[in-house]
Design a protein around this ligand. Structure first.
Ligand code: NAP
Length: 253
C-alpha cells in the first residue's frame, strides 16, 4: 500500500470509451488513477471529471507499444501517484480487412498496440506489484477472439491476450498478483462507430443488429465493462485468477 493507503491504478487507452469508463469506476472505488493514452491532453477531461467527483487522477501521455515511453510513463506514475498495483491493459485499435486485402502494416500495428503494449505495460508494472506483494492485472480481450470476419489481426491479438493472461496468472500468483481478462461483446464506443463506417451502415443500424443478437436485447456501454473490471481489481478478488470473463449480453464459450 502507498503511504496514504490508496491503491494506484493505471488504465491504458483511458481518454475515451471503455478505458475512460474503467478509469472513472476505479477512481470511484477509491483508487488513484493514471489515465494513460497516446495524447496527454486528451486525458484531461477524464482527469477533471474524476477530480470533480473528489478522486485523484493523473493524465499520462504514452504510446503503449514504445518501450521507452512506457518506462518513462510508469516512472512518472510512481513519482506522482505511487507504485501501481492495478493495471488495466485496455488500449486498442482496429485495422479491419479481409485476409487477402490486409497489409503487413495493419497486421503489425494491431499486434503492437494490443500484445506488445500489454507486454510492455505489464512488465513495467509487475515489478511494483511483486514488491508490494499485491497486484491486479486486467486485460481487454474480445468476443472476436473466437473469430470474426474481417478481423484476422484483431481476433489473433485478442486470443493472444487470453494466453498472455493465463500465463501471467501462473507466473505472478505467488506474489499476490492476479491476472484476468474481460472479453466484451458489442460496446458503444468510437471503435464500434468506426466499424459501422467501415461496413457502410449507420451506427444506429449496427447497434440495432447487435441488440437483436444479444440475449439481454441491448448493446453494452463502457460502464458494463467497468463493473467487471472493478471486481477483478478489488481487494477481495485475490483467489480469482487466470479467468476470461465474457461480458457480452449473452452466453459465450
Ligand atoms: P476506443 O474508443 O477506440 O478507445 C481506445 C483508446 O486507446 C483511444 O483513446 C486510443 O487513443 C487509445 N490508444 C490507441 N492506441 C494506443 C497506444 N498505442 N497507446 C496508448 N493508447 C492508445 O476503443 P474502445 O471501444 O473503448 O475499446 C477499448 C478496448 O476494449 C480495446 O482493447 C478494444 O479492443 C476492446 N474491446 C472493445 C469492444 C467494443 O465493442 N468497443 C469490444 C471488445 C473489446 P487515440 O484516440 O489517440 O487513438
Amino acid at each position: 500500500m502507498t503511504t496514504d493507503q490508496q491503491r494506484v491504478a493505471v488504465v491504458t487507452g483511458a481518454a475515451r470509451g471503455i478505458g475512460a469508463g474503467v478509469a472513472r469506476r476505479l477512481a470511484a472505488d477509491g483508487m488513484a488513477v493514471a489515465v494513460l493514452d497516446l495524447d496527454e491532453s486528451a486525458c484531461a477531461p477524464v482527469v477533471e471529471e474524476i477530480a470533480a467527483a473528489g478522486g485523484r487522477a493523473l493524465a499520462v501521455g504514452a504510446d503503449v507499444s514504445d518501450e521507452e515511453q512506457v518506462a518513462a510513463a510508469v516512472e512518472r506514475i510512481v513519482d506522482e501517484l505511487g507504485p501501481p498495483t492495478v493495471l488495466v491493459n485496455n488500449a486498442g485499435i482496429i485495422r479491419d480487412n479481409l485476409i487477402f486485402r490486409m497489409s503487413v502494416a495493419d497486421w503489425d500495428s494491431v499486434m503492437a498496440v494490443h500484445l506488445r503494449g500489454a507486454f510492455l505495460m505489464t512488465r513495467a508494472c509487475q515489478a511494483h506489484m511483486t514488491a508490494e506483494r499485491h497486484g491486479r492485472i486486467v486485460n481487454l480481450s474480445s468476443t472476436s477472439a473466437q473469430g470474426n470476419r474481417g478481423q484476422v489481426n484483431y481476433s489473433a491479438a485478442k486470443a493472444g491476450m487470453q494466453g498472455f493472461t493465463k500465463t501471467l496468472a501462473i507466473e505472478l500468483g505467488k506474489f499476490g498478483v492476479t491476472a484476468n481478462a474481460i472479453a466484451p461483446g458489442f460496446i458503444e464506443t468510437e471503435m464500434t462507430a468506426e466499424t459501422a463506417e467501415r461496413i457502410g451502415i449507420s451506427f444506429e443500424d449496427l447497434k440495432a443488429q447487435a441488440s437483436a443478437a444479444a440475449a439481454v436485447a441491448r448493446t453494452g456501454v463502457p460502464a458494463d465493462i467497468a463493473h467487471a473490471a472493478s471486481f477483478f481489481a478489488s481487494e477481495g478478488a485475490g483467489f480469482t485468477t487466470g479467468q476470461v470473463l465474457y461480458v457480452a449480453g449473452g452466453p459465450c464459450d
